[in-house]
Design a protein around this ligand. Structure first.
Ligand code: AR6
Ligand code: MG
Length: 313
């Protein structure tokens, strides 16, 4: 178990790892058109690295928990909707859900307007980290609260399963659980064949310390925007680079291609949960949009976690 001071540093490392991964991955996301478009949005007016919807929705979730002390789905839906900005690069179905909620449609209706079963994108998983911070000591509550936070925009069972698996990996990293143990737990917690198979492949690779190329990682685990094509990939990357530098993780993940910002963001959060803020390069943090605001949100989440844990126990 980490000490209180270490845990607080890990909270900051997790949230900053998520935002930095997002901002560092964004210029490498998608194909030629996406990369070209991002050039116009990649910097803030003061020249800092701009992050995308992954970080925006994580900030929304963090602020919502700080305000309500738990997941109030109606409040969170409105918060997500009011923060929506096209230029943050939200997925197409997620954009429609948020625009509908903004117009007054109930989230329970809006989240099934494009797909009857809801979206199976990784948009729920990219923000589940925030709940891992709050519920890292209570696996059942972690699953319940991630499910509630995810289904507002991503009602599909695969989106929820992916979000729970990513959240679980972050919570185990916060608790200093060994990387091989983490992937074994991910295998055990995978309910669907596709997640389980990819988690089993990751376990074999990590056990044998294999030097798998970015191309083979993408080919076997996926690099797409669906939860099934990215959640296990990000978990594998976060675990593989657990004892290497943050820069090495980002360099490798950029080469995996596809949904690079979200792969970097989710694996960056896992890396940060293991290694803490103290190991994140200061020059990267100084260059990040709203770095101090995110750091202070992480500190406030830490205080809230202590209060919530006292109530639960
Ligand atoms: N059936 C078929 N295709 C689907 C379904 C479904 N039920 N659900 C989603 N898709 P979306 P996100 C496909 O729009 O998950 C951003 O860059 C469909 O092509 O809900 O919030 C974020 O940062 C749909 O457009 O987005 C993430 O990296 C796509 O999956 C990424 O996009 C994504 O679902 C996904 O964000
Ligand atoms: Mg994004």
């Amino acid at each position: 178990m980490p000490s209180q001071a270490e845990l607080k540093d890990k909270f900051i490392g997790t949230f900053i790892g998520l935002a930095l991964g997002d901002a560092l991955g964004a210029p490498y996301e998608g194909g030629f058109i996406e990369r070209f478009l991002w050039k116009f949005f990649s910097k803030t007016p003061t020249g800092k690295m701009r992050w995308t919807d992954d970080t925006q929705m994580s900030i929304d979730l963090a602020e919502s928990i700080l305000k309500k002390n738990n997941i109030d789905q109606n409040y969170l839906a409105l918060k997500f909707a009011s923060s929506y900005k096209w230029s943050r690069g939200y997925g197409p179905a997620a954009s429609k859900v948020l625009k509908s909620i903004k117009k007054g449609v109930n989230w329970k209706v809006a989240n099934r307007q494009t797909y009857k079963e809801g979206s199976l994108g990784n948009g729920g998983a990219m923000r589940s980290t925030i709940l891992a911070l709050i519920y890292s000591q209570n696996s059942a509550l972690l699953t319940k609260e991630i499910t509630k936070a995810t289904q507002i925009t991503h009602a599909h069972p695969l989106a929820i399963e992916g979000a729970v698996l990513v959240g679980k990996a972050v919570s185990l990293a916060l608790n200093n659980i060994d990387a091989l143990e983490v992937i074994k737990i991910v295998v055990q917690n995978s309910k669907t064949e596709i997640f389980k198979k990819k988690a089993e492949v990751s376990l074999e690779w990590l056990k044998d310390k294999l030097d798998i190329s970015p191309k083979d990682v993408s080919k076997n685990l996926g690099n797409g925007i669906k939860a099934t094509d990215s959640c296990i990939t990000a978990i594998y990357l976060g675990l593989r680079f657990r004892s290497k530098s943050f820069n090495e993780l980002i360099k490798f993940t950029r080469k995996c291609g596809g949904d690079v910002d979200t792969l970097c963001s989710m694996s960056g959060a896992i890396w940060g949960a293991f290694n803490g803020f103290k190991n994140i390069p200061k020059e990267l943090f100084d260059d990040l949009e709203d770095g101090s605001r995110i750091k202070s949100l992480a500190c406030n989440l830490y205080e809230t976690k202590i209060q919530i844990s006292e109530k639960i126990n």
